[in-house]
Design a protein. Structure first.
Length: 83
């Protein structure tokens, strides 16, 4: 894949992600916004998670941990491979 094709693929992926109504707007502001935009994005994600825990209880607390397991597993594999 050439560098131009990679750039087009990345641009298309960004457009697709930014087109989601609320999450896309938050991500776009976090990436392209001012110096405090990233902090507000993190605050909003944590606030939504805490509200989900208050509303749904234990499943909202456990699901992010279960999702993080394969991610951490891949990171550990990549670290041991030296990449």
């Amino acid at each position: 894949m050439s560098s131009k094709a990679k750039a087009v693929a990345i641009s298309t992926a960004k457009k697709a992600i930014y087109s989601f109504p609320v999450l896309g707007w938050l991500l776009k502001d976090a990436v392209k916004g001012g110096p405090t935009a990233l902090l507000w994005f993190i605050f909003n994600i944590i606030a939504v998670w805490l509200i989900a825990i208050a509303y749904f209880g234990l499943p909202a607390l456990i699901v992010p941990a279960l999702v993080a397991v394969p991610v951490i597993f891949v990171v550990l594999i990549l670290l041991t491979m030296g990449k």
